[in-house]
Design a binder for this molecule. Sequence first.
Ligand SMILES: O=P(O)(O)OC[C@H](O)CO
Length: 817
Amino acid sequence: MTRGIQKPLPTPPPGRQTSRTRDRNKFEALPSLKVAAIASFKTTPIVTAKDIRIIRPVTGLCCDCLPISKKDLLPDLVKENGVCNILNVKPYLRNAGWLQKQFPVTAYCLQKRAYHQYPDISMSVFVNNRLLEAIQKTSIVSYSQTFKVGGKDIQQIQTSIVLTAKKTLQRMKACISSSLINFTGWFLLNFLSIFLNNILVHRGQMSMIRSAAEKKIPMIYLPLHRSHLDYILITFILCHYELRAPFVAAGDNLDIPFFNSLMRGLGGFFIRRRLDKKSGEKDIVYRTLLHTYLEELLKHNEGLEFFIEGGRSRSGKTNLPKGGLLSIITESCSKGLIPDAYIVPVSISYDKLIDGNFYREQMGLPKITENFWRALKGIFNVLIGDYGSVRVDFCQPFSMKEFITRHQVTNKVDENVLVLVDSSPEIAPVKVASYPCLRQAPCSTPDEDRLIVQYLAEHVLNTAITSTSLMSTNLVCFLLLTKHRSGTRISEITNSLEQLVREIRQVGRDIGFCGDMRDVVHTALTLLGTKLILVEPNPADEEDLCLKPNLELPYVFELMYYGNAVLYVYLLESVVTVAVMYLTKSNISCSEDQESRETTKEEIIFTSEEICRLLQQEFIFVPPCKSLQKELSEVIESFKLGEILYQDEQYDNEQYDYHEKQWSKSLSDSLSWADDYDDDDEDVVHVQEEKYKVNVNRKHIRDRLRFLMSIIAPTLESYLTTATYINLHLKTETAEEDFMLRLNSFSKSLVSDYKLIYNESCAMDSLKTCVKSFQKLGILDSCTAGNLRIIGLSEIFDVKDRLMHYIRLLEVINTIN
Ligand SMILES: O=P(O)(O)OC[C@H](O)CO
């Protein structure tokens, strides 16, 4: 690949400056968007009359499946509120004098009166019956194991377990302090301003959080996890609004000297990444301790925060939810230990990755564990950089009780199984549960409680995804990897950006920036740097530089990371496009006249569902309260409206004849005296199934199809590589870790041989998800032997046929080139 000449971006002309100061005031500085929402002052106390807001869509409102919550917490003024930058404290200063104006941050922090009491619940945990029972049970098991070899007596064992449990709780628990929170709030206002331009929150969303917090039931904040900074951001924002800080679950990888004490003081409690013992044995005491700790916090009406995805996303896509901690809350609620809880999905969008890129891990190298010095180095690196803005979206809180009640009534286990008969003759019919039970292993019978936790987790994640504000870097990278992969010019990408923003707004999503689109492109390019986007001079126009995404490893992983946030806007359209291309065998790379094969709506839905099933570990396609079929059907209708799909003339004529015949028949029926029941069977005309072709002969439609397909094509290529590797190289059972490394090397070798269309498809994270999907689909079998996970080809008789079927389906991505 030829590298372009890398040169710094030219300074934008005056008025287009992208300096930090100007960025900070960008939201207040755009006359066309300014609205003085004087009425909304009533909902936010510490604001001055000079405060100016910009109207933004309120994203993250409750789903229609939760009508009570939706109505309860929706203030009338919510739509009038805009976003605000909480790093800019000046509008919040009351009667500011000279001194306050010189030290606004200190003055602002001193005028706050947010002192809350946080309980120490250690005693309640230790007198809880569940924990006492677990200790007793473990002592008995341990005694019976050591009895024969003359071990300790049961009393000694019990004492040692109690001591260990006390130490564990001591390491786990938070020691939250209101004074420390307030001091850290002051420190962060100064510190974050060094490398961030804005921390944007939506006033409407915050007023909903405030109303919910007043109801005195636990608030459960469930943010998407993008950065270690997420831990403090939510507490920082809630502190700004004088709300109680939640207790935040943190992985014990962050239990590092100094930072651990700080995190505990701010509400962090540390939990093990693996709840069970290294041997794979269940650690009952630890599990019970964690369960009881959370339960006691809930009983004390304390708020909680945890990352429903587990770790941070490495790919920019949202990881599927983990239900462990959530199940404790649902259980507490359904057992009546707490009257209710408010669930608050939260999403955090960063202009630029703060923790650094994930190159190492995506290249297949192990993660470097965190320690004190690395943390310091990380902070130092951050301080010397510019990280743009952060937008935090708090979705409308909803009642857990309402969710449980509604889903107990409406979402029983879906027993309707679809019999999916593959179009290729060599594969036998497969029985799978219909969506939303798509993610369960076939034949599994999960109890209803588990199912509710899964629904809740998926619902939360779906809401968080759809309320994520998309940043300029997300949009620019997305466009460079889809529409302009082979390069473009600033003017061209600016036009694409305008169109993309329009489409994002049409689906009710928000963006985390505003202003002239050319400025936005400049800002994004500056933040991303010339390593990711190569900038070359344009001989035809000096101002209009040429841009080229750096598709080499590992840089392409970072581009993919940013771009993947936008993928969800077009997810179902992209799936349907792939299905249509597969069924009609059309070729979008070929411009000359071509005849597309016919397909039906039923076939398109069927194949789309199959693709969704294949990608079940990758995406939540629809929230559990919606029907996937219905959503797919709507996409197909939109394709018909957009003339991507059409019925050819012959079919039209047949339909016309049919309707003519029907019309004349009804006319003659109405005119005749004949008996209504005297129908002649020969006259019955059967409705023909509608047949469609793809309009590949029109350039703009080919471009649209190429664009839509290129959105999930890199993901599909990871699956194709994995399926091919399994088919060629997986002969015997092997350790999963080794298998992953070999698969990753195989995939990287394809990149070196220029055999992949999308270099980013070899990312380790994507390959891991593919392997997980093939396990769920019954292609791969896995088991645990001690500490080791073993993987092998499944023993079902038609496993190779199934694999080949997937390979044929996935090969559709080759038509893009
Ligand atoms: O993304 P990870 O795996 O480094 O984990 C991040 C979590 O915040 C750990 O608590």
